[in-house]
Design a protein around this ligand. Structure first.
Ligand code: KG4
Ligand code: ZN
Length: 344
């Protein structure tokens, strides 16, 4: 049994966790920065980086105390090395390197997307490779075939905005506040999803990708028309996103065989309408559906610690001069798609 210290700082959550290779989360601490970014309606990279500098080390200390261990009990230090906002990534990675060096432990540089991709295996011990993963976060919207640790095939990505980004922009347009995803979901519960006619970009097309920019523009027009209630626009928007996610995922399922499950991860996987529609899709294909609990969907350090545990078990550790990478595709062989993976 290995004990891994996980560190996450790639966006606006500072997080530290202690996770074992037999799936016990011994401690997880998280400090959000919503209040600092709220006045700007979005994450300000420099404010985020400065906050990580202040919060991270005390947070790691607190996590170690919660778990009742010291660094000497840890088998490896796993830190997010990208993709993400470079200032924050550098704070977390350098901290991880310093701790690993001082304690004489191996360092594991974790791709944040791999953290999301493997997180369902932390909560579900029966989830085996390969599985089809819909990874939907603030910076990414991808369908990935997860064949194993360090073995990912990207089947589709967005050609413009990520799904979470679309939620965040819609929240801003509708004046629902920050962070946007949960705010849109709350408004949508009060609205009528059929009230506002909105487009479903790329729905039914033979190419595999996602697109949300046109949907966002349509939300702007609907709002400016003054004809619709904000809750109805939110509900109609959320339904349009769900329809696109389901359609693109169904398209992949039609061409895949031998997968163990349909899996969703990333911040948007916390959305109940998204989860519910994928449950139905998986059932229609006679597939198991797996989604991590909500706290494991949005950014956290347990998923980084767990990805570290999986990599450690596979013998994958990194040298102390490993680079921080603002962009870092999970599948290096995937073709570049315009607009994809611009943000973390
Ligand atoms: O994975 P995550 O915490 O950070 C990134 O790696 O990007 O995802 C954050 C994204 C944000 O865009 C946020 O608005 C969205 O996930 N999100 C949601 C919900 N909770 C978070 N979107 C829709 N419904 C939610 N309940
Ligand atoms: Zn994330």
């Amino acid at each position: 049994m290995a004990l891994i210290l996980g560190i996450e700082s790639s966006c606006d959550e500072t997080a530290a966790a202690l996770v074992t290779s037999d799936r016990v989360v011994r401690a997880h601490r998280l400090a959000g920065q919503e209040a600092a970014h709220r006045p700007y309606g979005g994450v300000v990279p420099e404010i985020a980086a400065r906050a990580h500098v202040e919060i991270l080390v005390p947070l790691i200390e607190a996590a170690l105390t919660d778990a009742g261990v010291t660094l000497s009990h840890v088998d490896a230090v796993a830190a997010t090395a990208g993709p993400g906002l470079i200032g924050g990534v550098m704070v977390g990675l350098v901290t991880g390197k310093a701790l690993a060096h001082a304690a004489g432990k191996p360092l594991i540089a974790v791709n944040h997307l791999e953290g999301h991709a493997l997180s369902p295996r932390l909560s579900d011990p029966d989830l085996d490779f390969p599985y089809l993963l819909l990874l939907v976060s603030g910076g990414h919207c991808q369908l990935l075939l997860v064949e194993g640790v360090n073995a990912y095939r990207r089947l589709a990505t967005t050609i413009d905005d990520a799904a979470g980004e679309a939620f965040d922009k819609t929240a801003k347009i509708l004046g629902l506040g920050f962070p946007g995803g949960p705010a849109v979901e709350r408004a949508a519960m009060l609205g009528d999803a059929r009230a506002v006619p909105l487009p479903r970009p790329l729905l039914g097309t033979s190419e595999p990708h996602f697109s949300f920019a046109g949907l966002k523009s349509a939300v702007v027009r609907a709002h400016e028309s003054g004809k619709y209630h904000v809750d109805d626009i939110a509900a109609s928007f959320q339904q349009a996103v769900v329809d696109c996610l389901v359609d693109r995922t169904r398209r992949q399922l039609a061409g895949l065989s031998g997968i163990s499950a349909l899996v969703v991860a990333g911040g948007v996987a916390a959305n109940q309408a998204v989860r519910g529609s994928l449950v139905t899709l998986a059932a229609a294909h006679d597939l198991r559906f797996v989604a991590p609990p909500l706290w494991l969907c949005t950014d956290n350090a347990a998923m980084i610690g767990w990805a570290g545990a999986e990599r450690f078990a596979a013998g994958l550790t990194d040298p102390l001069d490993v680079a921080a990478r603002p962009r870092w595709p999970l599948d290096p062989a995937a073709e570049t798609v315009r607009g994809a993976g611009v943000k973390a």
